[in-house]
Design a binder for this molecule. Structure first.
Ligand SMILES: CC(=O)SCCNC(=O)CCNC(=O)[C@H](O)C(C)(C)COP(=O)(O)OP(=O)(O)OC[C@H]1O[C@@H](n2cnc3c(N)ncnc32)[C@H](O)[C@@H]1OP(=O)(O)O
Ligand SMILES: O=CC(=O)O
Ligand SMILES: [Mg+2]
Length: 367
């Protein structure tokens, strides 16, 4: 049920005369890595054409991490890169083109939208909106995109992705997801969210050694506890609650959840762990800030060959899907079958765009 202030009968009506019809369903396009680049940075920009086809999404970032005096260069740089790069963006492209616009209260955002949509709107798949506080922010972007699409004569709607990075945005997460048929997904913004929540961290995503639980103290034979004895500690995931809440809100509205940035570029091991936690909890992808994070994201957000082999065995064993069977000592029924079908469907979508994965999944049948 949409949480828009529009009535149900108007929910799927275009918001401007001449704007394209909103989509009834968000297309399931692989987006394991959303790779960020600063279009005003010449060295980064030069790498973009050769990255097409190797990453699911290239995102021209206009917001944080782009210097204030480079905002215009980033915007015009993105237009130039999109226009000059073959196979980037649009419904048939293997590599989607997204942008992250500046915050809605910034002096740059209006120019971001009024420059990008007329120039490269036909290539832009998704506009990522930072610091979304509630449905009203999505309604604003929804209407202005419709007006710009109509003026540019676009024949398909540009989708919207919100970053969950304020406490108010978290409190309103369900209404944000249901605010418009344009909503494609949500990403966690752990850095801004930590600041807004006044968390006592100084990092961009990832864990913290201080956030832990400790083993109980040992007791001696007289029943005395020894709190000073050596005890094991277990670091906990700072982001578990937030990611799980985001996943539920997205699933409820049929849109896609993503982990966000992992700022410790050198720590590829912890990065992979954080990405995997998000994958297991239901996220479909993550951000990549540095070229070396793309391979990690592609690996983590593609089901393993072992999982697909198992999932296919369950599907085969369950026949018409009803009843219960034993497989390798474990009970399988309708509910585990549905989990396996999620994995098998994802594998099929990924195999369609990734020949290496297609070969790996096909080899299961032959084995
Ligand atoms: C909290 C948030 O909002 S997160 C989102 C915003 N932040 C971002 O988008 C950050 C994007 N990434 C970056 O700015 C950079 O990767 C940094 C600053 C983290 C590291 O940059 P560098 O110190 O240049 O990294 P490094 O030296 O390892 O780069 C190696 C090469 O890859 C290039 N490179 C680095 N990051 C990227 C990227 N994201 N895309 C394309 N190329 C890149 C560098 O230009 C360099 O090129 P060169 O070999 O021609 O010199
Ligand atoms: O924009 C991302 C964040 O973590 O903040
Ligand atoms: Mg942020």
């Amino acid at each position: 049920m949409p949480t828009s202030s529009r009535s149900a009968k108007d929910f799927f009506r275009p918001l401007a005369v001449g704007a394209p019809e909103p989509l009834r369903e968000v297309p399931a396009r692989p987006s394991r890595a959303i790779h960020f680049f600063d279009p005003s940075n010449e060295k980064m920009a030069a790498k973009i054409p050769q990255m097409v086809g190797t990453v699911d999404v290239l995102l021209g970032n206009l917001e944080d991490a782009v210097k204030a005096d480079s905002k215009e260069a980033a915007r015009t740089g993105l237009v130039r890169i999109a226009q000059d790069t073959e196979g980037l963006g649009g419904p048939e492209a293997k590599t989607q083109l997204w942008t992250r616009i500046n915050a809605l209260d910034s002096p740059w955002v209006l120019e971001d939208l009024t420059t990008l949509i007329p120039a490269i709107g036909h290539q832009l798949d998704v506009v990522m909106v930072p610091k979304v506080q509630g449905a009203e922010d999505i309604h604003y972007v929804d209407r202005i995109l419709a007006q710009l699409e109509a003026r540019a004569g676009l024949d398909r709607p540009i989708l919207v992705h919100a970053i969950l990075e304020t406490a108010r945005g978290m409190a309103n997460v369900e209404e944000i997801c249901g605010a418009s048929p344009r909503m494609q997904g949500l990403s966690l913004g752990p850095a801004d969210l930590a600041a807004d929540r006044r968390m006592k961290t100084t990092r961009v995503g990832g864990g913290h050694p201080g956030y832990l639980v400790r083993q109980d103290p040992p007791r001696d034979d007289l029943g005395v506890t020894h709190v000073d004895a050596e005890r094991r500690t277990f670091q906990q995931d700072l982001w578990h609650y937030t990611i799980a809440r985001m996943v539920d809100a997205c699933a409820m509205h049929g849109i896609y959840p993503y982990y966000g940035p992992f700022g410790d570029i050198a720590d590829t091991v912890a990065c992979e762990d954080q990405f995997r936690n998000a994958f297991l909890l239901g996220c479909v992808g993550t951000w990549s800030l540095h070229p070396k994070q793309i391979a990690i994201a592609n690996r983590v957000f593609s089901p393993s060959v072992e999982d697909i082999a198992h999932a296919r065995r369950v599907v085969a064993a369950m026949g018409d899907g009803t009843g219960a069977v034993m497989l390798d000592g474990k009970m399988e029924d309708d509910a585990s079958l549905k989990q396996c079908l999620v994995m098998v469907e994802l594998a099929e979508q990924l195999a369609a765009i990734d020949p290496e994965l297609a070969r790996a999944y096909a080899a299961i049948e032959e084995a």
